[in-house]
Write a protein that binds this ligand. Sequence first.
Ligand code: NAD
Length: 378
Amino acid sequence: MKQITHMAPGAIKTVRSLLDDRAVRSVFIVADRTAYEKSGAKIYIESALQGRVQVIFDDFAPNPKYVDVIRGVKFWHTHPCDIMIAIGGGSAIDMAKLIGICGTHRGQYREFLTGEIPIRDKAAPLIAIPTTAGTGSEATHFAVVYVAEQKYSVAHANVLPDYAIIDPNLTANLPPSITAHTGLDALSQAVESLWSVNATAQSRGFASEALTLVLDNLEAAVHRPTPDVRANMCRAAYLSGKAINISKTTAPHAISYTLTSQFGVPHGLAVALTLGAVLIYNNGVTSGDCWHPQGVAQVQKDIRYINRLIGVASSEEARKHIDDLISAIGCPTRLRQVGVDTDADLETLVQNVNTERLKNNPRALSQFELRQILREIY
Ligand code: NAD
């Protein structure tokens, strides 16, 4: 499916003409309540919706959970509309994607979300309007949902939003901590995409530009944001989404989901916490544990390339650069700083690692090595 993208300051103003062109009479909005108001999106959307029926679903918490999705789907069934608009960070966009996928039928939603029943269609076209700069969910054909604290990635061509309206002005009022956490997601997605076993020339192109943009702009976005810096971070997030849309994510994401679901660590920070340690681990790849179809030489080449983009000569320096950046934007770099306090906590992370994402890592990672990585950053 081809996506139509508008990315520019003020891009949100294009929503009105988009709705006019499609002769839309009713709009189902999936909004993060805080983001809708604080981003300034509400003023423009309400004006664009004049004369059309509008329904708002905002009864969900960050990181979509099964129960919230079901509530949204039931709401959709009582208020079906011509089109859906998602406004917020990755949580709101994923929520809209999931409602769209489940809204095509009644019942058996759990089976749809866990992949037991194949996805066929979606209930309505989707316009994604991100208000954070990090996930790139507006550019991906998957959505994340937690079913009983277990993370599932729902993937299908129809999950990709039909329109992505990326307006950096909507991120102008993001608090520093959310700018930091979400920006770290773009950083991790770019790095992981570069070493993923599924990387292609195209995904490498997207990821390279995303990584350079994050390295050049994230610290300023947190401490000294300007319109240009915000715009660069929005582009970085979008490109990191385009990159993982092809390559998928790897070990840091595989470890992160339990950090979020069981320890309450914001998604982007949860991912970045293990990024440096996994970089060192992947750099030690051997022919005996290489998962990359192009072999050890390719993994080493990918990691040298990541080092070069970061502007350093070795993985140790790259790791230090990443950890220094995380600290410079006010975030912790150790697991015990985010509530992973005991051996039992570490074991919870080991036992619940997402094996689907782990398979995309270029170097095999057994429970033994995972435990070692986690102990090292404890
Ligand atoms: P989020 O959507 O959970 O939002 C985080 C917080 O920021 C919320 O409290 C929200 O109210 C607030 N917020 C958002 N925009 C704001 C604004 N402009 N002003 C003030 N506050 C604002 O965070 P996120 O990091 O954007 O998304 C994380 C979710 O995205 C996770 O569930 C993750 O799994 C998912 N994700 C999905 C994909 C994908 O491709 N589908 C990729 C990466 C992440």
